[in-house]
Structures are given as C-alpha cells and as structure tokens.
Ligand binder design. Structure first.
Ligand code: TXA
Ligand code: MG
Length: 333
C-alpha cells in the first residue's frame, strides 16, 4: 500500500489523476472525507464493488454509500427526487449527510445489497470532491476499515486496518467531523433517520419537520432497512464498558479493581477530575469536539494493548445522540 500525502487546500493534480485512473480501472483507493476515511470503488462497476466487499470483509447484505461531486450527479442515480431530497441537498451538500432514495437500474445490485434503494452523499472534503470530479464516475465508499472495526480518521488507521489490500491511500491528515454521516431514508412515506451522525436530528427537523426514529429491532418480515443498525459496529478490540455521566470516581475504582485482576485498563473520560489506573484519554466537553476525537482515542487505546476500555458516557441531550449511538454499538457484544 502506498500512502501519499495530499494537501486539502491544493491537491496535487497528478496524484488525483492517478487515483482517478485506478478507480476507473476498477481498483480500490482510500481517501479522506470530512467524516472518516472512505474506501472507494467505481460504483458502476460490479466487479470493483465485489473487490471492495472482499477487502473489507463486509457482509453482502450491508449496502454501500455512493459518493458523487454534486446534487445533479446524485439525482442521476435516483429514480425519484422528492422535495425533501431537494431541501436537504440544498442545505447540507456538500456535507456529512446521506440520503436513501429509490435507485436507477444503472446502480449495480451489489452496491445496494439487492435493495431497491441507493444511499447517496456529496462529501465536503476538498480532496474527496476533487477525486470525485477527476474520476468522473460515482464512487461507492464505506469507511476504510475491515468490517466491524473502528472507522479510520487518519491514513495511518487505514493502513493498519487494510494494509496491502488497498494499493493507494490519499493522506490529508485527520478528519474534521470524526464520525460517519447522518443517513436519512427518503424512500418511504415519511423521512426517517437510519443512522445519527454528523448532522443532528434537531437541525434536520428544522428543515423536514418531525422525524420518525428508525426501529431499533428489525421487523422479521421486512427487508432490513439499514443493516448497519444491526451489527456490533465501530468496535475496538478491547471490551468496552459504559459508565453514566459524571461517574469518573466510579470508573477510577473499577479501573483499579480490574488492573489488580491483570487487565490492561484504558479509560475515556470527559474531565480529568480523578486519576485512573491505566491509560486515560480526556475527550473534549462539546459534542463536535468529542465526536472528532472519539475514534482516534479508541484506536489509541486499542494500539496501547488495552483489554478493557471504560467510558464515562457523555450527557443524555440530543446533541450527543450520534456519539452515544457509536459508544453503545462499540459496547455491544
Ligand atoms: O460518513 C460516511 O457516511 C462514511 C464516509 C466514507 O462517507 N461512509 C460510511 O459508510 O460510513 P459505511 O458503509 O460504513 O456505512 C453506510 C451505512 C450503513 O449503515 C448502511 O447499512 C447504510 O449506510 N446504507 C447504505 N445503503 C443503504 C440503503 N439503500 N438503505 C438503507 N441503508 C443503507
Ligand atoms: Mg463503516
């Protein structure tokens, strides 16, 4: 794998041309987005998309997000473009928002895991946008990690997870949002949030009106609406335990007990109020800052060989929904 530095302000056209050519030829390229690094493949090339599923070890039932440089390119892949899609695109594209719409037949079935809908997103990272324009094809891109692992927010995370499975990684430094895009399903009677993310529910509701919550448990008779909701996901190798907000003192006591039992303990805290046995990362107090640092912190504690990670949960307010979602998935066994 080659990791090639690319400037966000002035991406080197020669590097972009090479990456674009690889994509058009059906190869995989990892690239930065504003949320997390993506692993790209030509979304109109079913064989390239197969290669992508294999490299990630991703189950065939979990569909991919298709990345395009603008709303017009998204519209070309959708069989319907409801007013809600127009409003969301106008407000947040380019940005950390994915919409699910009925698909055009040109989108291969493996991209959508056989579903009649396709997930579409215009990322706002300048390198991602420049790459999409240079490639001239829509790019299917899940997060650039082996399936089930913590998503990568740096090129080093990508290299560690995928190694020689990917020929080229464009490295533009750490990502800005740090957690994945918000996924909104617009294919049904009413818009639904399938995955909380970079854009909060309150902001979406200001544009769309009240939103349904996607069901947490799947209806056994229905095709799975967002398979990503069902997996243990975004998970470090260490076992992760959640503690209530403001419980740093309890974390400290538990950490000492676990350390005595021979565990290698890591802790994610919101304030450094009490010393904790083992390696501690203190995350920012605001939701955006916390989201930006969360995966980096989980990677760091994993790499330090922690067998247990204890997390002091952030507060319960709506601004923390996406962060809490990722922590709860990571804690799932
Ligand atoms: O921020 C992001 O969205 C990143 C960057 C790289 O763009 N990508 C990302 O992709 O997180 P991935 O594959 O890790 O997550 C895609 C999510 C999954 O939960 C998947 O189930 C859902 O989108 N999804 C994709 N197509 C869908 C569809 N047709 N219907 C419902 N859910 C869909
Ligand atoms: Mg992922």
């Amino acid at each position: 794998m080659r990791v090639v530095p690319v400037s966000g302000e002035r991406p080197d056209p020669a590097v972009l041309a090479e990456a674009a050519e690889l994509l058009r030829r059906g190869e995989l390229v990892a690239f930065p987005t504003e949320t997390v690094y993506g692993l790209g493949a030509n979304a109109l090339d079913a064989a390239a998309v197969d290669r992508l599923y294999r490299a990630k070890g991703r189950p065939a039932w979990n569909p991919l997000i298709v990345h395009v440089p603008d709303a017009a390119a998204a519209r070309a892949l959708a069989a319907a473009w409801p007013a809600a899609a127009a409003r969301l695109a106008e407000r947040w594209w380019p940005g950390p928002l994915t919409v699910v719409l009925p698909k055009q037949p040109i989108v291969p079935d493996n991209v959508t895991a056989g579903l009649p809908t396709v997930a579409l997103r215009v990322p706002r990272h300048p390198v991602a946008l420049a790459l999409l324009r240079a490639a001239g094809v829509p790019v299917a891109a899940p997060s650039a990690n082996r399936s089930g692992e913590v998503s990568p927010t740096t090129a080093a995370h990508v290299a560690r997870s995928l190694g020689d499975l990917v020929p080229l990684v464009l490295d533009a430094g750490p990502t800005e949002v740090g957690i994945e895009s918000t996924v909104v399903d617009l294919s049904g009677a009413r818009p639904r949030v399938l995955r909380p993310g970079g854009i909060g529910r309150a902001e979406l509701e200001a544009v769309l009106g009240p939103l349904e919550r996607a069901p947490q448990a799947p209806d056994p008779d229905a095709p799975r609406p967002a398979p990503g909701m069902l997996e243990r996901h975004y998970a470090p190798r260490a076992r992760l335990f959640l503690f209530p907000p403001e419980s740093a003192a309890i974390v400290a006591t538990e950490a000492s007990a676990l350390a005595r039992q021979g565990e290698t303990v890591g802790a994610l805290l919101r304030q450094a109020t009490v010393p904790v046995a083992g390696r501690t990362v203190v995350l920012p107090e605001d939701p955006a800052g916390y989201a930006r640092e969360l995966y980096r912190a989980l990677h760091e504690l994993d790499d330090a060989g922690c067998s247990v990670i204890m997390v002091e949960e952030p507060p319960s307010g709506p601004a923390w929904e996406a962060v809490r979602d990722r922590l709860e998935r990571a804690a799932r066994r």
